[in-house]
Design a protein around this ligand. Structure first.
Ligand SMILES: Cc1cc2nc3c(=O)[nH]c(=O)nc-3n(C[C@H](O)[C@H](O)[C@H](O)COP(=O)(O)O)c2cc1C
Length: 148
C-alpha cells in the first residue's frame, strides 16, 4: 500500500502567456534547459506554444513537480500562469518525452483554438474541465511525429 502511494506520479497541466512573442532561439533555449534538467529529475511532459500562449504538462515525483512548478511559475518569460489540472496518476501519460514540443504551425485543431480563446477571454471555468488533457493526449496519439 505504502509503496503503491509512493510510486504515484503528480501531473500538472497549466496555461500561460509569454511576455513577448518568442522566436525559435528563445523557445529552443527553454527546451534545452528543460530537457537537460528533466532528464536529471525524471520529469516528463510536453510543451505547446502557439500565438504567445504556452500549454505544458509536467509529470514526476510529487516533491519534484512541486519545486519545478514553483520555479516555472516564477519565470519572468511568461505570466498569467493558470493551473488547469493537478492530479496524482498511477502511470505517466507522456513517458517518452523529457519535454516534447508540439508545433501546430498554421493548423491548430479547433479544440486548441477554443482553449486559447477561453484563456484569452478569462473564461477559466470553461478550460478547467479536462479538455486540455484530452487535447494533449490527442496530440500524443495522432501527431507523435510533431512532438520532438
Ligand atoms: C514555459 C516554460 C516552460 C518551462 N519548462 C521547464 C521544464 O519543463 N523543466 C525545467 O527544468 N525548466 C523549465 N523551464 C525553465 C525554468 O523556469 C527555469 O528557468 C529553469 O528550470 C532553471 O534551470 P537552471 O537552474 O538549471 O538554470 C520552463 C520555463 C518556461 C518559461
Amino acid at each position: 500500500m505504502v509503496s503503491c502511494l509512493m510510486s504515484q506520479i503528480r501531473q500538472i497541466i497549466y496555461v500561460s502567456s509569454s511576455l513577448a512573442e518568442l522566436n525559435t532561439d528563445a523557445l529552443n533555449q527553454i527546451l534545452s534547459v528543460a530537457r537537460s534538467n528533466n532528464e536529471k529529475n525524471d520529469v516528463t511532459g510536453v510543451l505547446l506554444y502557439h500565438l504567445g500562449i504556452f500549454l505544458q504538462v509536467l509529470e514526476g515525483a510529487e516533491s519534484t513537480i512541486d519545486k519545478l512548478f514553483s520555479t516555472i511559475s516564477a519565470d519572468k518569460r511568461h505570466k498569467r500562469v493558470i493551473v488547469l489540472s493537478d492530479e496524482l496518476i498511477e502511470s505517466r501519460d507522456f513517458d517518452n518525452w523529457r519535454m516534447g514540443y508540439i508545433n501546430v504551425k498554421d493548423n491548430p485543431p479547433k479544440g486548441l483554438v477554443d482553449l486559447l480563446t477561453f484563456y484569452s477571454n478569462e473564461e477559466l471555468a470553461l478550460i478547467k474541465d479536462g479538455r486540455a488533457k484530452s487535447l494533449l493526449l490527442s496530440f500524443k496519439n495522432t501527431h507523435s511525429n510533431s512532438i520532438l
